[in-house]
Design a protein around this ligand. Sequence first.
Ligand SMILES: NC(=O)c1ccc[n+]([C@@H]2O[C@H](COP(=O)([O-])OP(=O)(O)OC[C@H]3O[C@@H](n4cnc5c(N)ncnc54)[C@H](OP(=O)(O)O)[C@@H]3O)[C@@H](O)[C@H]2O)c1
Length: 288
Amino acid sequence: MKIAIIGADGQLGTDLVPALKGQDVVPLFWPEFDVTRAEAAAEVLARIRPDAVINTAAFHRVDECEDRADRAFAVNAIAVRDLARICRTLGAVLVHFSTDYVFDGEKRKPYLEDDRPGPLNVYAASKLAGEQFVRAYTERAFVIRTCGLYGKSGCLEKRRNFVETMLYLASSGRVPIRVVNDQVITPTPTMELAARVAELIRTDDYGLYHMTAEGFCSWFEFARAVFEFTGGDPSVIVPVDSAAFGAKAKRPAYSVLENGRMKTIGLTPFSFWRDALSAYLRDPSWGK
Ligand SMILES: NC(=O)c1ccc[n+]([C@@H]2O[C@H](COP(=O)([O-])OP(=O)(O)OC[C@H]3O[C@@H](n4cnc5c(N)ncnc54)[C@H](OP(=O)(O)O)[C@@H]3O)[C@@H](O)[C@H]2O)c1
């Protein structure tokens, strides 16, 4: 199977490349391959003639999206519509990623794929629009909502993930570290998500999927676990509520996803989030 991966050096893209070993993988990198340049993207993909296109590209700096709605919709929605069109024309399967933030958090129980979305911020609205464009423009597509991603490429200064940000702030003496304790999520390692995508892409069970690690925690509890597993001092983290933290974009207080559909079709279950985090931090390639 020939698979083009857009954003192949991002957090998820970096782990997708080895997860798809054995397939004919064609990695595509920004800015040479820009999803917002539809004509050029169509030409490149027509030359590759992929069986599947995996799109990890996103504009996902949630607070910045509030001020740059045009950019958020260009990358997260309009470009996704164009990719869906291109894939349909080429007869390629599209794999696209969305977010737990499409929900408003009011349910307070894990969200299923068919629960009604209610985006609270520009980023979430743009990602939901992207999902709807995929559904409208091509039938042969997997849309995967995930949550709280962290992966090896998030060790780079350029795109430090939450885990690395906590450790960096502590090691550079920027303490105490204020972390929100009233937003409940599921931290999910990109390595496991990439492995599940590699399983899913072999099926033709197209549609919408929730895919995260198991269990849930607040961002504060996530941060505490990072220090617990790395032998750091957890007392440097201070719990605050979202109002005191004062982020620009409103976020759901609860955005835990139930991996309903992937369990139904029999994909390998995800690990519990703490076990997955511990494994990530014990990986000899971590931080390299
Ligand atoms: N991160 C999370 O916690 C999280 C949670 C839920 C859902 N998601 C979704 O999961 C997906 C993957 O997230 P991730 O954390 O792996 O993201 P990431 O690390 O930022 O990777 C995205 C990749 O796409 C590239 N890119 C950015 N703009 C592009 C454009 N216009 N055209 C082509 N490539 C472009 C980025 O390049 P540069 O790095 O050079 O900009 C990067 O290589 C996204 O759809 C995101 O919305 C993420």
